[in-house]
Design a protein around this ligand. Sequence first.
Ligand code: HSE
Length: 437
Amino acid sequence: MIRPIRVGLLGIGTVGGGTWEVLNRNAGEIRRRAGRAIRITQVADKEVKKARSIVKGRAKVLPDAFQVARAPDIDIVVELIGGTGVAKDLVLEAIAHGKHVVTANKALLATHGNRIFAAAQKRGVMVAFEAAVGGGVPIIKALREGLSANRIEWIAGIINGTSNFILSEMRDKGLAFDAALREAQARGYAEADPSFDIEGVDAAHKLTILSALAFGIPMQLKRAYTEGISRLTKQDIRYAEELGYRIKLLGITKRTAQGIELRVHPTLVPARRLIANVEGVMNAILVKGDAVGPTLYYGAGAGALPTASAVVADLIDVTRLITADPEHRVPHLAFQPDQLSDTPILPIEAVRTCYYLRMRVLDRPGVLADVARILARSRISIDAMVQKEPGEGESRVDIVMLTHLALEKDVDRALARIERLATVVGKVTRLRLEALL
Ligand code: HSE
């Protein structure tokens, strides 16, 4: 009988523990699918005692992850340490030693993916990363294989569960941002340093990966426009709702005649779209292909077992392909490595989208006319508008406008002019709006 595939697991925390559990729980099914058994034979974790209590003598436990990455009796290294420091060295070391790698590390791939994939290509090994985006949602597989007949037009995804949870709480319970964040932290969703979640950094990592797969371009995290949800007010969420929209933190990447858009920001989405109704920590990714039209992928974007589902699927994939010659495997970035394109990523100023604008103005004649004139001069056309009645004894009112498609640079210029009007109080709130058709 063919010997089992021997896996070295680097990190047996939440996802590592889930991977151990799923591989053991479904060992019979997995063997029937993969054609041979897949066994974790070595585990590296700094917390040796804790690791031993999980594996109960069924795998060797070592404190030194490099020893596992280099071990001659390991076929696949699973990196679940995270971050871009030691994880990078470990992945490159495993590749240099001819190991295939499975990783859930989106930050590592978005930052150093080009180097890692080049090294893997040269060494003839696979680097699989289904768990890096959307947790258990098989979006990498869908983009690399299921949709490979299509010219991808755009992707729009809710790819950070923590911020989606916060937005849901703000809308459902009328909570302010800080209170919703505290709730997310109490439930253990937000990272210890929540800035990666709420400032859009985690979503930008994932979007960078999706964009590379969709358009056959290198990873270009530095060119991603990244804006989080920390400045959103419950007022804007309410006004958006009154106009028939929900606000979601979306990662959007789009092919245009001028280049590729790559942007993460809070976005108004028509409330009737399925993706607008994705609540709590769930993830959903909309992909528009020219042949298939829009497709939607939905599921748990984080958590031990959902993420382990993706890690183990990669282990099965690698096991099936381990004996295939490297030229006949699915390319890491969906396109053949010598076919990557140098289509530029557009700066945010060159993006065309629709906008939600909210401004507080003095309730006097001519104010609206001044604002409308400035917008018209910048070629910005108003699609819808509401003026809220002033509160008791208030002389200031909120004006909320939705625009037709406009160029971000034109909107910047118009807003700077509007903010200089003596009748406009403070800054104008600008949010982007996508119809997602
Ligand atoms: N912090 C991430 C999230 C975990 O909230 O979606 C999964 O990558």
